[in-house]
Design a protein around this ligand. Structure first.
Ligand SMILES: C[S@@+](CC[C@H](N)C(=O)[O-])C[C@H]1O[C@@H](n2cnc3c(N)ncnc32)[C@H](O)[C@@H]1O
Length: 361
């Protein structure tokens, strides 16, 4: 017989995947984390007949694992296409294509300990190969004392790199008493690579702690849900996305757009040390719309933007990261344009208008 006393009131909906959207994470609760990454990008010339090969991608995984052990991080997941292997790491990302190696590591990783073994191994596999261009960069660390030698200071890092590259050049862009950005650069002037190359980075700080706290397992059941809800899925439509939510908070995403084009995002949501980075090498003449989409998702209080482009890149001389007035909610505090031998660099630092005291310009 039917139970006429049954509760016919509507059942509550299934718990929404975004269960706790007001969660904040503090250093006290979760611990401090140095989100600021060290970024290494090395271009190799791997001449014929080796040009038939897949270049760096033919070097066995066991070698990359040794390299990551030296840096003190490991692989969490991988995606690839016919031109690019993209790895999400315990501390950021690694991208390997035929001629280009990118390693981006955060926390207290010792990225520079990978440089000598990398150069030695590539030479062993491809004896006629040469290093073409070498870039090492990062923003100042929030707690440099926690870093391992030589990462305590950019002086120590560049002294170390000088022992490998006699012609290396170390630069500081921005304010030495404010926001700045360090760069160590080696350009090969003879026979430069003809391929277009451009890298855009947006390094963001000062967030609404509730918004940034959503990059956690407590807010989203899966990385796919997070990507859909936050709009990361639509940043560059059609990209293959490989993303990872850390316990209890933190988020990393690699995306392959096409060929060897990628974008990568990393989020440290702890209130007192919150940090987000976005990086891409997608070809573009103007990055205004992409930059605005990224800012719209993370709504940072301030950010540093860098755009590197070589002579063959479409955005090279237009300095297309530089949109006076186009980033309407932000004030540009610093703008520096550097013309190197092969590459041009635009460095910009912005602050949200609501945080900027216009009397203090
Ligand atoms: C997503 S990872 C990558 C950080 C990145 N470089 C950035 O831009 O912030 C860092 C975040 O994940 C958290 N996390 C949790 N477990 C971690 C682990 N095993 N290794 C690294 N980070 C972890 C950290 O506390 C931090 O909030």
């Amino acid at each position: 017989m039917e139970d006429t006393n049954a509760d016919l009131s509507p059942r509550p909906a299934e718990p929404h995947p975004a269960a706790d959207l007001s969660r904040r994470f503090s250093i006290e609760e979760v611990g401090f984390f140095e989100g600021t990454e060290k970024l290494l990008e090395v271009w190799f010339d791997i001449p014929s007949p080796e040009s038939e090969s897949r270049g760096l991608r033919d070097i066995p995984m066991s070698f990359w694992q040794v390299l990551l052990d030296l840096a003190k991080c490991h692989v969490l997941s991988k995606c690839n296409n016919e031109k690019l292997d993209a790895y999400v790491l315990s501390e950021s990302s690694m991208f390997i294509s035929r001629n280009r190696f990118i390693l981006k590591t955060c926390g207290t990783t010792s990225l520079l300990s990978t440089v000598k073994p990398l150069l030695k191994t590539v030479k062993k596999f491809y004896p006629r190969s040469e290093v073409k261009d070498f870039f090492y960069s990062h923003s100042p660390f929030m707690k440099p004392d926690l870093q391992l030698h030589p990462h305590h200071s950019f002086n120590d890092e560049s002294t170390y790199l000088d022992t490998i590259f006699p012609d290396g050049a170390a630069y500081v862009l921005g304010r030495i008493n404010g926001k700045c950005w360090y760069l160590y650069l080696v350009e090969s002037i003879e026979n430069p690579l003809q391929d277009p190359d451009q890298t855009l980075e947006i390094l963001m700080t000062e967030f609404d702690s509730e918004l940034i706290g959503r990059f956690s397992k407590l807010s989203y059941e899966s990385a796919e849900d997070l990507n859909k809800s936050t709009g990361l899925n639509d940043l560059i439509p059609g990209a293959t996305i490989d993303s990872y939510i850390f316990e209890p908070c933190g988020f990393s995403l690699n995306a392959i757009v096409k060929e060897d084009m990628y974008f990568t995002i990393h989020v440290t949501p702890q209130e007192e040390c919150a940090y987000v980075s976005f990086e891409t090498n997608v070809v573009g003449e103007c990055y205004k719309s992409l930059i605005n989409k990224v800012l719209d998702i993370f709504k940072p209080g301030s950010f540093t933007l860098t755009l590197f482009a070589n002579k063959a890149a479409k955005c090279n001389f237009s300095h297309s990261a530089d949109h006076d007035g186009a980033l309407s909610n932000y004030t540009c505090l610093d703008k520096q344009i550097s013309l190197f031998s092969i590459y041009n660099l635009t460095f910009l630092h912005y602050k949200h208008n609501s945080l900027y005291n216009h009397n203090n310009k």
